[in-house]
Ligand binder design. Structure first.
Ligand SMILES: Nc1ncnc2c1ncn2[C@@H]1O[C@H](COP(=O)(O)OP(=O)(O)O)[C@@H](O)[C@H]1O
Ligand SMILES: [Mg+2]
Length: 227
């Protein structure tokens, strides 16, 4: 099972959008997928309830919001069905890296969505610094990737973020455009790849870049296991 944590201290940057779309991307590719929701607002699980009324491939939802952030590692792993291949973990805003230390023992990848506004970028830069220094994600072998969300690529603040990430050698693995397709997909309990419309072609390409980045490593690890 590959475990992918979606997190950022900042609210509204697209954590749940990323979590639900990633879960549906995997489910529609045929992976057995689980979606954990640590946020009391439960937007990911609400989306899943909507999805259950459709014919889209199922996703196993887990309400993790009542667990204190500490001491969750064992219990959350126990709650995943045995044959799960991809687990996506949505988290609330306002978390500190110190709250995530238990989870960091059991994740493979961390995706940090960020909006291209100066205040979001500053908060995210601090959060990433904490992931490196307090979370020690590099020492743990966790891969860290940034997802630039609702981007207008040529803004000054976006270029400043790119410079910062480059100085830390952290990749921007995808850039998601600002589009009502996300709102539409959220309402329908599906992913942006699953909406029936030709208006999502550009979005599908952006999502392929994202899952390719995760899967490149998953394939590598699979090969190592069998080598
Ligand atoms: N790329 C995007 N284009 C358009 N709307 C978006 C995009 N990403 C997120 N949104 C919208 O922004 C709002 C906040 O996103 P959400 O994923 O709930 O953030 P978070 O979980 O980090 O608080 C939601 O209404 C969502 O539909
Ligand atoms: Mg959310």
């Amino acid at each position: 099972m590959r475990r992918i944590l979606i997190t950022n201290a900042k609210g509204g940057c697209g954590k749940s959008t990323l979590a639900t779309n990633l879960a549906s991307a995997y489910a529609s590719k045929g992976y057995r997928t689980a979606l954990f929701d640590y946020d009391e607002q439960l937007s990911s699980l609400r989306w899943l309830r909507q999805r259950e009324k459709t014919n889209h491939p199922p996703i196993h939802g887990i309400n993790a919001s009542h667990n204190p952030a500490q001491n969750v590692t064992r219990s959350w792993l126990l709650r995943v069905p045995d044959n799960t291949e991809r687990a996506i973990i949505d988290t609330p805003a306002g978390l500190k890296v110190a709250d995530l230390l238990q989870q960091l023992q059991a994740v493979d990848d961390i995706l940090v969505p960020v909006l291209p506004s100066p205040i979001d970028i500053q908060t995210t830069a601090d959060f990433i610094r904490d992931l490196l220094l307090i979370g020690k994600v590099r020492e743990r072998g966790i891969r860290l990737g940034i997802v630039a969300n609702r981007v207008r690529i040529n803004t000054l603040s976006f270029r400043a973020l790119e410079r910062f990430l480059k100085s830390l050698d952290i990749p921007v693995i995808a850039r998601l455009r600002d589009t009502q397709n996300y709102t539409r997909a959220a309402e329908q309990g599906c992913g942006i790849q699953e909406i029936k419309s030709s208006s999502n072609k550009a979005d599908i390409l952006q999502w392929d870049a994202l899952t390719d980045w995760i899967e490149a490593e998953a394939t590598f690890q699979e090969q190592q296991k069998h080598a």
